[in-house]
Design a protein around this ligand. Structure first.
Ligand code: HEC
Length: 120
């Protein structure tokens, strides 16, 4: 009886382990959006990209729907255009994950068809 319970418990832990093994990378990739919003201002990203990451004549649009986190980090470390590179000494990967989480909270603009003034 005890052996059977132990075996069942062992199986359950194994299954749980598999579950966490699969979800772990996702957990690591989520940042703190509230902190990210502050960092986006503190590190002056907003100066070129706008407070909502909407873009301007000095920087590309980053949100809504930002690049995947890994691609964003890769770009920031080694930009190919006008943007100055930002090293991990200045803004860490964890801070970029927070900034990414903030950019993900920026809502999409309303569909043009739902704006009355533009449909008269
Ligand atoms: C001096 C202006 C400037 C600042 C400051 C700046 N950027 Fe940029 N960024 C740009 C420009 C311009 C581009 C468009 C591509 C290029 O020319 O490099 C860009 C592109 C990007 C892209 C790639 C967008 C895409 O879809 O390809 C990301 C991501 C990005 N910036 C993130 C950031 C973050 C995060 C910060 C703050 C740490 C930041 N930028 C600060 C000017 C700036």
């Amino acid at each position: 009886m005890t052996r059977r319970i132990l075996r069942t418990a062992g199986l359950a832990f194994f299954a749980l382990g598999m579950l966490f093994a699969q979800t772990a990378p996702k957990v690591a990739a989520t940042g703190n959006a509230e902190n990210g919003k502050k960092l986006f201002t503190a590190y002056a990203c907003y100066q070129c990209h706008g407070y909502l990451g909407q873009g301007s004549n000095a920087g590309a649009r980053l949100a809504p729907k930002p690049l995947p986190l890994a691609a964003m980090i890769a770009y920031v470390r080694k930009p190919s255009g006008q943007m100055p590179p930002v090293t991990a000494k200045v803004v860490s990967d964890a801070e970029l994950a927070d900034i990414h989480a903030y950019l993900e909270t920026v809502p999409a603009p309303p569909d043009v068809k739902t704006i009355k003034l533009l449909n008269q």
